[in-house]
Every structure is written in C-alpha cells, then in structure tokens.
Write a protein that binds this ligand. Sequence first.
Ligand SMILES: Nc1ncnc2c1ncn2[C@@H]1O[C@H](COP(=O)(O)OP(=O)(O)O)[C@@H](O)[C@H]1O
Ligand SMILES: Cc1cn([C@H]2C[C@H](O)[C@@H](COP(=O)(O)O)O2)c(=O)[nH]c1=O
Ligand SMILES: [Zn+2]
Length: 193
Amino acid sequence: MTRLGSGGRIEVICGCMYSGKTEELIRRLNHVQIARQRLQAFTPRRDTRYAVGNLVSHNGVRIEAQPIDSITEIRDYLRDDVQVVALDELHFLDDSADTIVETCQALADRGLRVIIAGLDQDYRAAPFPAMSRLLAVAEQADKLFAICVRCGAYATRSQRMIDGKPAPFDAPTIVVGGLELYEARCRACFEAG
Ligand SMILES: Nc1ncnc2c1ncn2[C@@H]1O[C@H](COP(=O)(O)OP(=O)(O)O)[C@@H](O)[C@H]1O
Ligand SMILES: Cc1cn([C@H]2C[C@H](O)[C@@H](COP(=O)(O)O)O2)c(=O)[nH]c1=O
Ligand SMILES: [Zn+2]
C-alpha cells in the first residue's frame, strides 16, 4: 500500500446502491483535507437527487464538488497544484469507456491520486463498461455491499421496482432515483425484469 500522496494511482470504490460508496469516498476525502493535500472533487451534473455541486450520501453527508457533464472537463478545471482528484457516480457520465479510462490513466500518470466511485452493475445486474475497465487498471479496487431488503444477506445488486414489479429489461439504463425506485438485493433475491 503506497503512502498517502506518494505518486499517481487510481482507486475505485464500487458496489450496488446503498453500499456506502459515497460515504467511503467522503471518508477518504476528509483524510485528504486533514492531510492538507490539495483536492478537487467532481460530480456528474445529471445527479439531481440532492443539491447540485455537492457529493451527497443517502444519509445526507456531503462535500463540495464541481458539477461536470463530461470527464474531459476535469482537465479544464484542474489547478496546477492539485494532488487528489475525485469523482462520484461515474455511471452518470455519457463519455465512452475509452475516454473515461484514458482520462483517469492520464491523471494518474501525472502523479495525481484519482479516486472514482460508482455503480458496478446497472438495474439489470449488467456491468457498467467504464467501471469494469477501471477496475482492471486501478491500483486499488474496493467492492462494497449493502443489505438485502428481502432477506438481510449482503446485497450486491440494485433492483429497480416500478409499481411493485421489477423494471422491464428494455427500460432506460439511467433513471435518477432513490428508495422510491431502487432497493438493495442479494443475488438470490434479485428478480430479472
Ligand atoms: N439496504 C441498505 N443497506 C445498507 N445501507 C442502506 C440500505 N438502505 C439505506 N442504507 C443507508 O445508505 C447509506 C449508504 O449511503 P451512500 O454512501 O450514499 O451509499 P451509495 O453511495 O453506495 O449509494 C448507509 O449508511 C445506510 O444508512
Ligand atoms: C442501478 C441504477 C441506478 N441508477 C441511478 C439511481 C441513482 O440516482 C444512482 C445511484 O446512486 P447511488 O449513489 O449508487 O445510490 O444511479 C441508474 O440511473 N441506473 C441504474 O441501473
Ligand atoms: Zn436476499
């Protein structure tokens, strides 16, 4: 494990909804601030669940973040002295997986610590491509779990429910929402739409 701030690296925090990804990201960023390292955090503008311009957990814990539409905007905002770059909700970005991976690799190659959080699977339990690719090239990958609302086991999937039934397979992949739409399920309790 490299010392905090000793060179470029990519860290990935992934898992299903409610698994604590944003909380873990904010925990790490609090450490960065305590270590008086220079941080820039970003969040997809599409995440309209809470106050735009913040990373906000389901428990309301928040940290300021620059809204962006594309990961390529990061280089326009980047200050020369920044040491840590963070992004939550990676799956909300429309960029291609190639663009996302190339951007994160370039930032790490410049010696930055790059911390990315987001879903590993969509509501169909299909992998999000960019997250899959980042997991392969990251120096550190943490997969978190929630608690299945059906049986209490560790949950690894996000079930989207519409009128009490699993959302159909051909529904849009990106639909912003929380407990009114999504619930954490384990593999055994997950229902394909
Ligand atoms: N089924 C669940 N399992 C675990 N935590 C849950 C669940 N439902 C709600 N939560 C709450 O969600 C919090 C995690 O929120 P957050 O960090 O925003 O998760 P994520 O970013 O992974 O969606 C937990 O601390 C807990 O209070
Ligand atoms: C599974 C899934 C989720 N989303 C949306 C729903 C939420 O707005 C976010 C995930 O938030 P969290 O911080 O991980 O709780 O993404 C989606 O658009 N498509 C999906 O398949
Ligand atoms: Zn279950």
